[in-house]
Ligand binder design. Structure first.
Ligand SMILES: Cc1ncc(COP(=O)(O)O)c(C=O)c1O
Length: 433
């Protein structure tokens, strides 16, 4: 009998439309998902799972939130795409700026990849320089110059870099170890006037979740300012998820509490949450830089479906629902789940560490201390994670199928869902210990 997986593999390369959806990192065959609601996804056979993928970030409210669904239905009934500016695009951009002050101007695009690609082009156009610095293990989408040492999807499938990226393109990308202050300072000393930008995830979340060492983001900001380079902070994953003002907001609040002037990104990219599950992303930042974009300036960027009215309706409805109360619930779920899992593993003598940045977290398998650099992350016991993944899947919990991913919780992950996950972890730990 032809299975769904056979049928998918016969038409979609690898049976998927994005590599992390395949189960290369854990083995076995993914089940097709039929629907999702709240904290749950349901597969084609009607099996329900507590979902810890959350569409890889967007589903912070839980799936199919009625207010968001209604906004989408209403928008769709008024036309699927205009190809001209509509009021909600302005409202969504204002909503972003209202929560994230460095986003003085906002350009909506459809994917995080487009956002970071545009930010790089903008930095190069504004500075007239070619080189960019990125950090090993951090993922910024799949545009050529950023597909170097690029984190989870590639680490999971064992592809160090992508074929098809020319040496010429890669040559302008300087890759440094995340958190290595000396390497960063040295790179600026060596290439200072050639560096257009440093791009970094506000907190890395594509090699597991890593809290940046104290002062590292500030050092990037200072070096960029001193050398006339652009600091691009990628908040596609962390934005409006790690906290109400992304991970930048977490550090800003800590700085303010300590009486220190917060550092500021020059450009910032968003995605995931700002589309509420629909294709919306954004590049934003300092007005003088953003106004280098066409039609005001010489840096070209465009999109037939950019600011699509139906997608923007989902994003706007989602953002408007993101109250302090939602963030408190997400934080509580994250705390209860990460703390609960860690306690069970500790009791069973299973070596692990929890990486945390704001409300985001992930588990590191076989490591006693939460790592910072990718070379340490890569020492994880991925075989142990694969056993864990399958045990939890059999027990009705859908984890990201990779040891390098965050566990995504939502405001809908309440006591019952957390207990179901912890019961599954307990049962697995008993067999593993
Ligand atoms: C930090 C970061 N930047 C950029 C991207 C790319 O976004 P997209 O998949 O929407 O192209 C991702 C996707 O996971 C991401 O996590």
């Amino acid at each position: 009998m032809t299975t769904f997986t056979d049928r998918a593999a016969a038409i979609l390369p690898g049976g998927v439309n994005s590599p992390v959806r395949a189960w290369n990192g854990v083995g076995g065959e993914p089940v097709p998902i039929a629907s999702a609601r709240g904290a749950y996804v349901t597969d084609g056979d009607g099996r329900e799972y507590v979902d810890l993928i959350g569409s890889w970030g967007p589903a912070i409210l839980g799936h199919a939130h009625p207010t968001v669904v209604q906004a989408v239905q209403q928008a769709a009934a008024s036309g699927l795409s205009f190809g001209a500016t509509s009021a909600r695009e302005v409202e969504l951009a204002e909503e972003i700026r209202g929560r994230y002050a460095p986003a003085e101007r906002v350009r909506l695009v459809s994917t995080g990849t487009e956002a970071t690609m545009t930010a790089i082009r903008l930095a190069r156009g504004a500075t007239g320089r070619a080189k960019i610095i990125k950090f090993a293990g951090l993922y910024h989408g799949h545009s050529d110059s950023l597909l170097v040492a690029a984190g989870s999807g590639l680490a999971t499938s064992g592809v160090p870099d992508s074929a098809g990226v020319t040496p010429g393109t890669a040559a302008d990308t300087i890759v440094l170890a995340f958190g290595d202050e000396d390497a960063l300072t040295d790179a600026f000393a060596e290439h200072g006037q050639q560096i257009a930008a440093v791009i970094t995830e506000a907190a890395p979340a594509n090699m597991g979740v890593v809290r940046p060492p104290l002062g590292f983001n500030r050092l990037i900001s200072t070096l960029c300012r001193n050398e006339g380079a652009v600091m691009i902070v990628d908040e596609v994953l962390t934005g409006f998820r790690a906290g109400p003002a992304g991970y930048w907001g977490v550090e800003r609040d800590e700085d303010l509490a300590a009486g220190v002037e917060p550092w500021q990104p020059d450009l910032v990219t968003f995605g995931k949450v700002i589309g509420g599950g629909m294709p919306v992303a954004a590049v934003a930042g300092r007005a003088d830089l953003m106004e280098q974009l066409a039609p005001l300036g010489p840096v070209y960027q465009a999109g037939t479906l950019s600011g699509n009215p139906v997608a923007v309706a989902a994003g706007l409805a989602t953002m408007r629902l993101l109250t302090d109360d939602v963030y408190q619930r997400v934080a509580a779920a994250s705390e209860a789940l990460s703390g609960g899992v860690s306690e069970i593993l500790t009791d069973a003598g299973i070596t692990h560490a929890v990486g945390r940045a704001g409300t985001l977290f992930s588990l590191f398998w076989g490591l006693g201390v939460a790592p910072i650099a990718f070379e340490d992350v890569a020492r994880q016991d991925t075989a142990q994670f694969a056993r864990f993944f399958h045990a939890l899947h059999d027990a009705g919990v859908y984890l990201p199928p990779s040891a390098y991913e965050a566990w995504f919780v939502s405001q809908s992950h309440g006591q019952a869902e957390i207990e179901r996950v912890l019961d599954a972890v307990r049962a697995w730990a008993a067999t593993e210990a």
